[in-house]
Design a protein. Structure first.
Length: 240
């Protein structure tokens, strides 16, 4: 997320810039570039940022779009209108996938247009891709802050998936460990007087289904078996 810059082109209302700063900070983005803002900073801008003023203090101000994105290897422009001219188009999720992947090694810019008129054709053509937030075809233009919110949310979700992947790579228990757990569970339930050995099949089937659904990993199996041993009053018991 450190390599992703939000660029606002000729924003008219200071309040919208504040709302953008807030949306960015909520979603863990912190680099804001302003191209010729009409009013900045204003009181309303600070008020709408509501605690995200650090982003406003550090925002860079530029004369033109080229200057704001000069160091970016990937530039994606957000447009409310689907263009008739063919230009590579992305939806917000595809945009986030591409941006987060590219931001691993390069600077990436996401460019948002003016409140009334959006981005000019020349500005859109300065972008490698366009991103469009699907909306009501008869009323497709979101407020600037809201548009930044939607795109930033997708960016955060995408970058989060990256950091979550080690969790997904946990070592799931194999068939032998699961069987060891079930045998131990059955014995422990008998030992504590919960299970009648003559009628254990039905309950054990349900419990197995529960544990299979949970897809426990090796550490979790150890924890569960530790609990069972403790319940049996034999913490050091080892049954397989
Ligand atoms: N009336 C303008 C929209 C301006 S809204 C127009 O028709 O282009 C201000 C900015 O918010 C837009 O330039 C765009 O960057 C972003 N935006 C608003 N709605 C959007 C949408 N549905 N998809 C993508 N970006 C959007």
């Amino acid at each position: 997320m450190k390599n992703i810059r939000i660029v606002l082109v000729e924003t008219s209302h200071g309040g919208n810039i504040g709302a953008v700063a807030r949306a960015m900070k909520n979603m863990c983005l912190d680099e804001l570039a302003l191209v010729a803002p009409r009013e900045f900073p204003t009181e309303e801008c600070m008020a709408r940022a509501s605690g995200a003023d650090d982003i406003l203090h550090e925002a860079s101000v530029h004369q033109c779009l080229d200057e704001a994105v000069s160091d970016c290897a990937l530039v994606i422009g957000a447009s409310a209108r689907l263009r008739s001219v063919s230009w590579p188009q992305l939806d917000p999720r595809e945009c986030a996938e591409l941006a987060v992947q590219r931001a691993g090694s390069d600077k990436v810019a996401l460019v948002f247009g003016r409140e009334r008129t959006g981005l000019t054709n020349a500005e859109l053509e300065r972008c490698n891709y366009l991103v469009n937030i699907p909306a009501n075809p008869d009323y497709s233009s979101l407020n600037l802050g809201m548009a930044v919110q939607v795109i930033s949310y997708e960016l955060m979700m995408q970058s989060g998936q990256k950091t979550q992947s080690p969790v997904e790579m946990r070592e799931l228990a194999g068939a032998a460990e699961m069987q060891g757990l079930f045998d131990h569970l059955e014995q422990a339930l008998e030992d504590i007087g919960f299970l009648d050995p003559r009628k254990s099949d039905k309950l054990m089937r349900r419990l197995k289904r529960l544990f299979y659904r949970a897809e426990p990993d090796m550490d979790e199996i150890k924890i569960l078996r530790g609990i069972l041993s403790a319940a049996q009053g034999r913490k050091s018991a080892r049954r397989n």
